[in-house]
Ligand binder design. Structure first.
Ligand code: 2HA
Ligand code: ZN
Length: 271
């Protein structure tokens, strides 16, 4: 059996959480990540018949029975993952009943998965229904994206349009735009269901005045999506109070989307 601490998926979780912490997006226990793993890959590092303990999830995820995820721990700090993965991360498998998580590794101090597991697992189900290669869900509190929530209308078309206008590459990176939920109580099945419903249409979903959810095929791709939104939001926050002299025009955004061959939200442009 290979050393789990050397597994690429553990190292990637360490690198991603460390990057996000240093970018200032994940203060204290803010943010959480879940990453769907390949069973055969995990079997090189862990005995899949050895369940350390079982933890109820509080909801049913029939579509994910038998699936294995690495997930950040509840109450844990992104700041600490890199130096202590075994306490701050866990590898869980959704048991045959669909409502129990079987712990295969991690949460060594008796902890458990993030309180946002409902939003994560329901989002995995939603994304997998439209893209069977989706593996990652990331939740984070990126500073400028959050700041923008307080000064910009929380309307999906208007918010996406503003972000697209801020960086030339935005419409190419997230042509599907950004979904938005109003402020809601977090950590509940209800916000999980609402997030997942949006995730059928968008890979990025803003939780009003809280943070953002991103979905993708890999940690890199999902991180990159959030990073691009955050960069656009930063440009917006640096310029929103200044007279706008130049702007990327809607016909230029259309030109970009067509040149790069992306399927973009045409109804989010004003042409
Ligand atoms: O896990 O970010 O939304 C901490 C959070 C909850
Ligand atoms: Zn949060």
């Amino acid at each position: 059996m290979k050393n789990i601490l050397e597994a690429p998926f553990v190292k990637e979780m360490c690198a991603t959480t460390a990057n996000m912490y240093r970018l200032g997006w994940d203060e204290r226990n803010g943010g959480n990540i879940s990453y769907l793993l390949d069973e055969n890959e995990v079997a090189q590092y862990l005995d899949l018949n050895e369940v350390i303990r079982t933890i109820p999830t509080g909801f049913e995820a029939k579509e994910l029975i038998g699936r294995i995820f690495i997930v950040t721990g509840t109450g844990k700090y992104f700041k600490n993952v890199e130096n202590d993965p075994e306490n701050n991360l866990g590898i869980i498998r959704i048991a045959k009943d669909g409502t129990t998580a079987e712990l295969l590794w991690g949460y060594a101090d008796g902890g458990k998965f993030t309180s946002e597991l409902p939003a994560h697992l329901m989002s995995h189900v939603a994304r997998l229904s439209v893209d069977n290669e989706n593996r990652v869900i990331i939740h984070s509190h990126p500073t400028n994206t959050l700041a923008m929530n307080f000064v910009h209308e929380l309307d999906e078309k208007k918010f996406t349009h503003t972000l697209w206008e801020m960086c030339t590459e935005c419409i190419v990176v997230f042509p599907d735009g950004v979904g938005i939920l109003p402020w809601m109580l977090c950590g509940t099945n209800s916000i999980g269901e609402t997030t997942a419903a949006k995730m059928k249409e968008f890979r990025l979903v803003i939780w009003g005045m809280h943070g953002i959810y991103g979905a993708g095929k890999s940690l890199d791709e999902t991180f990159g999506l959030i990073e691009t939104v955050e960069k656009a939001a930063q440009i917006y926050m640096l310029t929103a109070h200044l007279p706008r002299i130049n702007t990327i025009k809607d016909k230029e955004m259309k030109e970009l989307a067509e040149f790069f061959g992306v399927d973009y939200r045409k109804d989010f442009l004003n042409l």
